[in-house]
Design a binder for this molecule. Structure first.
Ligand code: NAD
Length: 423
């Protein structure tokens, strides 16, 4: 079966959302119209068509993208996502959010994103490897430590990063691990990268609880999505903050136990059965029901558009810590703000991943590796500084954290654009 071209229309378009969010910030910042228009669009985009030999001897054609949104502040940084419903507009939105993410964290990087339309669960390891190498053969010309450094995202793993780094190194004729982050430790990965997104999110939540005067000990918490971000949030939420995780879910549905869910046991169950559902002693909930549970903390860690105008007013959580990218629409943001629900916005709350990816780039450049405790310490410092910077702006402008984070980030990127004489 051949892959189809990306769908071109849908009611929800994440890139329109990203542009709408920027427009709101631009208005408050009174951004120069040319700078504003420049920041509404990716600077470069590459569409690639990838023929891949399948295990049965046939050749299948896949479609992929790399979007380099903005590099005014430094080389492009952004993950690669494998998903059957990938579209160019999803990648554009994710690339824009990466630009704001590196800026709000004050990392010397720009933002981008890549992806392939595919269902990795339907591919063998050999097919995945050939697909990943084919992608780098096409996109490799855009990449490099000084130009564009990808990383993992949804359904891409350290093993896939290793194949990609290897393919790129062959193209160059020498080993160049620094071209990609999220690699296994044996190939120049950083200690602490595996759980960095969730860990950074927990640091952000910890700081927010101080601002809100909210006790997180035993606070009932629900997590949507049980991959890298979500499963580590289960582990670290309990370990670092004492949260009581009462519900978790994956693409097949969710489980709920008001007395709490044990991390090791849920992880073992998922490893054994392929899903969190049917976990002994827990009740089944749909992904929609999970979002509306009576919890203090809600952690969306799956995909975009989970919290929107149709369900925002039924959210009961006091704090939403967004580990997913784009889980909340602008309409939902307004509803939640009016309800006094604190939303820790994606590009601040999930920035732990890119921050440790940046640490990985630095370590690769120096070929000198840090201990895990040092990575955690430096990540904590970065997250804490970014949170309070955003908090101060939110207080000053009386806006929600997402808009405040945009004000900080857009201001920094716009300054770089102006100083470089681009607009
Ligand atoms: P992953 O591939 O490791 O896991 C994705 C998880 O989401 C899986 O458990 C899958 O079953 C689940 N899922 C898929 N569709 C779902 C649905 N409709 N409802 C509920 N669950 C669903 O991906 P990840 O790296 O954990 O990424 C999750 C989110 O976090 C994405 O939005 C990603 O962009 C964002 N993010 C990840 C990182 C990172 O370092 N991994 C960094 C920043 C942001």
């Amino acid at each position: 079966m051949n892959q189809t071209h990306p769908p071109t229309s849908s009611a929800y378009n994440p890139f329109r959302v990203a542009q709408q969010q920027l427009d709101e910030a631009a208005k408050i910042l009174q951004l120069d119209p040319a700078v504003h228009e420049f920041l509404r669009w990716p600077m470069r985009e590459l569409k690639v068509t990838l023929p891949v030999k399948m295990d049965d001897g046939s050749t299948r054609i896949f479609h992929g993208f790399r979007v380099q949104y903005n590099d005014a502040r430094g080389p492009i940084k952004g993950g690669i996502r494998y998903h059957s419903e990938e579209t160019i507009d999803t990648i554009r939105a994710l690339a824009a959010w990466m630009t704001w993410k590196t800026a709000v964290m004050d990392l010397p990087l720009g933002g981008g994103k890549g992806g392939i339309i595919c269902d990795p669960k339907m591919l063998s390891a050999g097919e995945l490897e050939r697909l990943s190498r084919a992608y780098i053969r096409q996109v490799g010309r855009l990449l490099g430590l000084e130009k564009d450094v990808p990383a993992p995202d949804v359904y891409t793993t350290p093993q896939i990063m290793a194949w990609m780094a290897d393919e790129f190194s062959f193209q160059r004729g020498y080993t160049e691990f620094g071209v990609i982050t999220g690699k296994p430790l044996a190939l120049g990965g950083s200690a602490g990268r595996g759980d960095a997104t969730a860990r950074g999110g927990m640091f952000c939540l910890r700081e927010a609880s101080k601002a809100l005067n909210l006790n997180l000990k035993d606070a009932p918490t629900a997590i949507q999505g049980y991959g890298n971000a979500g499963s580590f949030a289960h582990k670290l939420g309990k370990e670092l903050l004492g949260l009581k995780i009462v519900a978790v879910s994956d693409s097949r549905g969710g489980i709920y136990n008001p007395d709490g869910l044990d991390y090791e046991q849920v992880l073992a169950h998922k490893a054994q059965t392929g899903s969190v559902i049917n976990f002994p002693g827990a009740q089944f909930v749909t992904n929609e029901q999970l979002l509306e549970l009576d919890v203090t903390v809600l952690i969306p860690a799956a995909l975009e558009n989970a919290i929107n105008a149709s369900n925002a007013d039924r959210i009961k959580a006091r704090v939403i810590a967004e580990l997913a990218n784009g889980p909340t629409t602008p309409e939902a943001d307004q509803i939640l703000f009016a309800k006094n629900v604190c939303v820790l916005p994606d590009f601040l709350c999930n920035a732990g991943g890119v921050t440790v990816s940046y640490f990985e780039m630095v370590q690769n450049a120096y070929d000198y590796y840090w201990e895990e405790t040092l990575v955690h310490e430096r990540l904590d410092k970065k997250m804490t500084t970014a949170f309070w910077t955003v908090h101060d702006v939110a207080q000053r402008h009386k806006v929600h954290y997402r808009l405040a984070a945009y004000l900080v980030a857009v201001n920094r990127v716009a300054e770089a654009v102006r100083l470089r004489g681009w607009a």
